[in-house]
Design a protein around this ligand. Structure first.
Ligand SMILES: NC(=O)c1ccc[n+]([C@@H]2O[C@H](COP(=O)([O-])OP(=O)(O)OC[C@H]3O[C@@H](n4cnc5c(N)ncnc54)[C@H](OP(=O)(O)O)[C@@H]3O)[C@@H](O)[C@H]2O)c1
Length: 200
């Protein structure tokens, strides 16, 4: 399984940090090209590989860490999304509901990435918290997952656990997933809830 992160800002860099700490190779891309990522890769070590956007889109699992409206540009950059898993870490906070056809923002992202299996994850915590060691408080920091595809959700849960967090599934995007969807100028109830799951 290969992984890449699209976006090298606060969230992309925080997630890259966790890949590096967990010893899991990951590609990373932004709009400015691999040279612009050299300082980040230099800081995080050789597991984090700067790529062009096109090269990053070849991964099996792609983490979308771009501003919400930029998801369309990323979706257009690949000829096909068939068979890919896309992890949607975006938040559409402040995006008017009519721009989303009144759908959860992840359903809008899923439509743009037709053919891919979409899992919402990594969006509910501030980037600086995501980058921290997820082990603490007698357990592991929770990452919520929401998806309409059980197999993709299981794939992402495994990744989340390998990165050191505890994966907690919320069910389908339009059901339990609403608990982590920003809507217009409202944050959903589980956004910003920094929870730890105790070891059994
Ligand atoms: N900041 C947080 O604490 C936080 C927490 C959870 C979720 N989120 C969500 O995560 C997403 C990213 O937030 P952020 O704070 O990390 O944003 P950010 O710091 O502004 O970084 C955005 C990144 O996306 C890249 N990008 C934009 N358009 C692109 C495109 N078409 N193709 C490839 N890369 C593109 C930018 O590339 P360049 O570097 O080349 O400009 C930049 O690296 C947002 O949807 C946000 O709502 C943010």
């Amino acid at each position: 399984m290969t992984y890449s992160i699209i976006g090298s800002g606060s969230v992309g860099a925080a997630i890259a940090h966790r890949f590096a700490r967990s010893g899991i190779p990951v590609g990373i891309a932004n709009t400015r090209g691999p040279q612009s990522l050299a300082p980040l890769a230099g800081e995080l070590g050789d597991k984090v590989v700067p790529l062009t956007l096109q090269a990053a889109l070849e991964a099996d699992v792609i983490i979308l860490a771009v501003p919400f409206r930029a998801h369309r540009d990323v979706a257009r950059a690949a000829a096909s999304w068939q068979g890919k898993v896309v992890i949607d870490a975006t938040n559409a906070y402040g995006v008017p509901l009519d721009e989303l056809d009144n759908l959860p923002s992840s359903a809008v992202v899923a439509k743009a990435f037709a053919g891919a299996s979409l899992v919402k994850a990594f969006n509910h915590l501030p980037a600086k918290v995501l980058a921290e060691d997820p082990v603490g408080a007698g357990g592991r920091r929770v990452i919520f997952l929401a998806s309409d595809d059980d197999a993709a959700s299981a794939t992402v849960a495994k990744l989340v656990e390998r990165l050191g967090y505890a994966a907690v599934g919320l069910g389908r995007i339009a059901e339990g997933g609403q608990l982590v969807q920003a809507r217009d100028k409202t944050w959903a109830p589980l956004i910003f809830q920094d929870l730890f799951k105790k070891a059994p």
